[in-house]
Design a binder for this molecule. Structure first.
Ligand SMILES: Nc1ncnc2c1ncn2[C@@H]1O[C@H](COP(=O)(O)OP(=O)(O)OP(=O)(O)O)[C@@H](O)[C@H]1O
Length: 282
């Protein structure tokens, strides 16, 4: 399958400090790929290198077939969307007028505005002035701005960090629809539930290095003890190994009507991160 992003052994050093060290990965076309890591692990630095805002100190980056010398060009910018800390809006204009300006800038059809406003749950608020919006509302307008020109690849740096659970869920739905229509999505987050729910594959970044990369379900399986946690009607909590010699025990609990509940021992993605790095993802 074609790759939208190819990163080979990159390193980024700021003065004396190495922020990214020997990082390699590929993002397939049409994938939702999550870059996960705690604060300071290098997520934003990675996005900035992928979008041309920062150059890498060492290594090779290819995005949508373009190499470092073309990354950041007008042709490149027309094909990607970015939501980051640096994204900004015209505070004195309304939501609608902001999006109208960005439509003109990107040569996107004006009819996109209503559709994108519905996706970010702001259709009823389009006449409001940006300076009067809450942080979460501004974040949603910024997301609309990143997507207005229907880019084939979008970079979203913590897209739902300022949102309440209802609006985060609405954005997730919108991102899934966008992805189903063919857009590749590169997302950074330290929200493990968001990553599990959205991403086809995730990579864990810790102190600037990749420590895992796989499908969320595969990582959960890999770091599971594969035991069953059983609760009986007597209130007993049992841990039974998933091995052939333990099958009789489970059969007996069911046959004697003692089995109240049974769960597998799959860790959450956050617990996997803790197991891999010894650090909490906060
Ligand atoms: N312009 C810069 N100059 C010097 N150091 C920098 C610069 N930008 C980032 N760093 C350092 O690089 C490391 C990675 O920072 P980065 O912002 O990429 O982390 P992050 O994972 O995005 O964190 P957060 O989740 O808090 O946004 C940090 O130690 C940070 O201090």
């Amino acid at each position: 399958m074609e790759n939208s992003i190819e990163v080979v052994e990159i390193q980024k050093t700021f003065q004396q400090q190495t922020a990214i060290e020997d990082v390699s990965f590929q993002v397939k076309k049409g994938e939702i790929f999550g870059l996960l890591g705690p604060s300071g692990s290098g997520k934003t630095t990675t996005i900035k290198m992928l979008t041309g805002e920062l150059g890498q100190t060492v290594g090779k980056i290819k995005v949508l077939g373009m190499e470092s010398d073309q990354i950041g060009s007008a042709e490149f910018k027309a094909k990607i969307g970015i939501l980051s800390d640096n994204s900004s809006l015209y505070e004195r204009l309304t939501i609608y007028d902001n999006l109208k300006l960005f439509c003109r800038l990107y040569n996107a059809p004006m009819r996109r505005i209503d559709a994108i406003l519905r996706d970010v749950n702001l259709h009823g608020e389009k006449s409001k002035t940006v300076s009067k919006l809450s942080k979460g509302m501004k974040q949603r307008v910024l997301l609309a701005k990143a997507l207005i020109h229907e880019p084939e690849l979008v970079f979203l740096d913590e897209p739902t960090s300022a949102l309440d659970p209802g609006n985060a869920a609405h954005i997730h739905q919108g991102l899934r629809r966008l992805n189903e229509a063919g857009t590749t999505i590169f997302i950074t987050t330290h929200n493990m539930e968001e990553a599990s729910a959205l991403c086809d594959r995730v990579t864990f970044l810790n102190h600037g290095k990749i420590v895992e990369l796989d499908r969320p379900g595969e990582l959960q399986y890999k770091y599971s003890t594969h035991a069953f946690h059983v609760e009986t009607f007597d209130g007993e909590q049992l841990v039974i190994n998933n091995t052939p010699d333990q099958a009789e025990r489970i059969k007996e609990l069911i046959a004697t009507n003692q089995m109240k509940a049974i769960h597998t021992d799959e860790p959450t993605l956050g617990q996997v991160f803790l197991k891999v790095t010894g650090e909490e993802l906060v």
